[in-house]
Design a protein around this ligand. Structure first.
Ligand SMILES: [Zn+2]
Ligand SMILES: [Zn+2]
Length: 300
């Protein structure tokens, strides 16, 4: 075999191996939790979710192979632009006044704050068709965190990293915040009946985020935070009426498998449906619905 082809194949194998290692710890944790919580029901539940899980894994493989290098380049570009245009409000040195655990805590909260508003923006007309992919999983599991359209990955990276970099957080705090919020994301997508009791008023629980994915008009436009549910409470979008046993997903038909998911935001019909939904809401005069974007009616 040609040496260049062999080295390319080895490179691909190494990327996939690293991705497998990275996912093996959350996989072990959430499989163990599923067995503990569901008991024997774990097998029919896994069978039910297997089709959606395959799509999530397919999207993830595509992400690590083709999307992640551009995400890394985008982060480097944001850091470079922040430095050359002198956009940083604070410098990493300013954060030395706090212990590193404190800096990481503030970075997680700041990441969640910008993530909250970025997520609300993703529920408006232009960004909804690419964010709808994440919402299309009807059998939500921890693997749903891996279902994001490349457009959605870029918007998330752009907004979240820009905010943290402009606030001048040191590199270790930026990456710790991303790591913590990413892994917390697995927890809130997991199929676990946990509300966290009183802690649920401060931290997002799996039940709270399940309501965000509910295909139920009453649930649209709520629960946008990743870690701190307190943000939804402050901004008036907190809604956890009890255990979430309604159907999940969206009304849009995205076609089959990974290809259907990837091509959806390229279809003009996705945007006209999104705009129509917004228009209908305006006629209904629902201010909250208009602010929340088309997901508010996507289950109709
Ligand atoms: Zn959403
Ligand atoms: Zn989600």
């Amino acid at each position: 075999m040609d040496e260049a082809v062999l080295s390319a194949l080895l490179h691909v194998a190494r990327i996939l191996w690293d991705a497998l290692i990275a996912i093996s710890i959350p996989a072990a944790v959430f499989v163990a939790l599923a067995i503990i919580v569901k008991g024997r029901d774990v097998f029919p539940a896994a069978r039910r979710a297997s089709k959606e899980m395959r799509i999530n894994i397919g999207m993830h493989i595509l992400d690590v192979m083709l999307v992640s290098p551009f995400v890394v380049a985008l982060i480097a570009g944001i850091a470079h632009a922040a430095d050359s245009a002198n956009l940083r409000i604070l410098r990493p040195g300013h954060w030395e006044l706090l212990p590193s655990a404190g800096v990481i805590f503030v970075a997680v909260f700041a990441g969640d704050l910008v993530g909250y508003w970025r997520h609300r923006l993703e529920h408006t007309q232009f960004l909804w068709p690419s964010h709808a992919i994440h919402h299309s999983d009807t059998e939500m599991s921890w693997l749903t965190l891996l279902r994001f359209h490349p457009f959605n990955r870029f918007s998330t990276t752009f907004f979240d990293f820009s905010f943290l970099i402009i606030l001048g957080f040191p590199e270790y705090a930026v990456f710790a915040a991303v790591f913590i919020r990413h892994n917390y994301g697995y927890l809130i997508h997991a199929d676990l009946p946990w509300t966290f009791g009183k802690f649920g008023y401060v931290f997002v629980s799996p039940v709270m985020h399940r309501w965000h994915h509910a295909r139920d008009p009453a649930a649209y436009g709520s629960n946008f935070a990743t870690v701190f549910s307190i943000l939804d409470r402050v901004f008036g979008t907190f809604r956890v009426p009890g255990p979430c046993q309604v159907p999940l997903g969206v009304g849009e038909n995205m076609g089959k498998g990974v290809v259907g998911q990837l091509s959806y935001p390229f279809r003009l019909a996705a945007y006209s449906a999104s705009f129509q939904a917004q228009h209908d809401l305006m006629r209904q005069g629902s201010v909250r619905a208009v602010a929340s974007g088309p997901a508010y009616v996507s289950g109709n």
